[in-house]
Design a protein around this ligand. Structure first.
Ligand code: NDP
Length: 251
């Protein structure tokens, strides 16, 4: 059974909602009438987002609710999901979007950056699954959406660790799909180059320079929000498993 309020409105948790793709997803879903619990560490940015989308959300009966969340902290993530369930009575979907991408060559030995990518992109995803799966199981419905990447399908120089974390995100999400009760749906969305703050964390000059031309044809984050909206809107018996959204000019 797909537990919504009868009007198709859902309670959706979105991680990494303070910028880029997560902000676009949260704004889009709130405007469609869903109750969106928007998590990230920069709560000032989340509050600005909530203020900016308040009118559209009120018109549609939705809402965007900012909550501080560090996905690398499993206790924090569990509390984030529980608080949403206690407030709204259910959680219909979790969009695991939070991610970091400090690209570099392996011989740069930027071990702290490797750790951060593993912590956010892999452990953060697992913490989300651990937080939401018991809720979905208890209520007999739920929908996981993982924002992976084109980097979950290909490796290029400087992307070894980032792509490694995204291959892992893809594999974990596919395993979740295979193991899940049919009432729990699982979707992976893999974006190509999208305008956001993602590349700002690159510290290696060569990788940063290469990224400037690579990102020249970036598409807007709303294109990814459209894909998430589409997957969530399908009837309960339809499970959209994988969507790749990339710029038409990206090879
Ligand atoms: P941004 O840098 O704009 O957004 C990243 C988001 O992740 C921010 O909201 C940030 O919030 C959040 N985040 C980072 N660390 C944590 C943490 N420890 N706990 C909670 N939130 C965290 O990048 P994008 O919007 O581009 O990235 C979103 C997702 O899309 C990522 O998973 C990325 O890998 C993926 N992606 C992006 C592509 C692109 O070209 N933009 C292409 C393919 C995939 P805060 O710092 O406030 O905590």
């Amino acid at each position: 059974m797909n537990q919504t309020d009868g009007g198709g409105r859902k309670v959706v948790l979105v991680t990494g909602a303070s910028s880029g793709i997560g902000a676009a997803i949260a704004t889009r879903l709130a405007a469609e009438g869903h109750q969106v619990v928007a998590g990230a560490r920069r709560t000032d940015r989340l509050r600005e987002l909530a203020e900016g989308s308040a009118k559209a959300a009120v018109r549609s009966g939705g809402g965007l609710h900012p909550v501080r969340l560090d996905v690398t902290d499993r206790t924090d993530f569990a509390a984030f999901a529980r608080a949403a369930r206690d407030r709204f009575g259910r959680v219909d979907a979790l969009v695991n979007n939070a991610g970091v991408m400090p690209l570099s060559r392996l011989d740069s030995l930027l071990l702290d950056e490797w750790d951060r990518m593993i912590d956010v992109n892999v452990r953060g995803l697992l913490h989300g699954i651990a937080a939401a799966l018991p809720i979905f199981t208890a209520q007999g419905s739920g929908h996981f959406v993982t924002i992976a990447s084109i980097g979950a399908h290909q490796v290029v120089p400087t992307s070894a660790v980032y792509s490694g974390t995204k291959y892992a995100a893809w594999a974990i999400t596919e395993g979740l799909r295979q193991e899940s009760d049919p009432a729990v749906r699982v979707t992976t969305v893999s974006p190509g180059v999208v305008t956001s703050e993602l590349a700002e964390s690159i510290t290696e000059p060569g990788a940063a320079e290469a990224m400037r031309s690579y990102r020249a044809h970036a598409i807007k984050p709303e294109a990814v929000a459209d894909a998430v909206s589409y997957a969530l809107a399908q009837p309960a018996e339809v499970d959209v498993n994988e969507i790749v959204v990339r710029p038409a000019r990206q090879r």
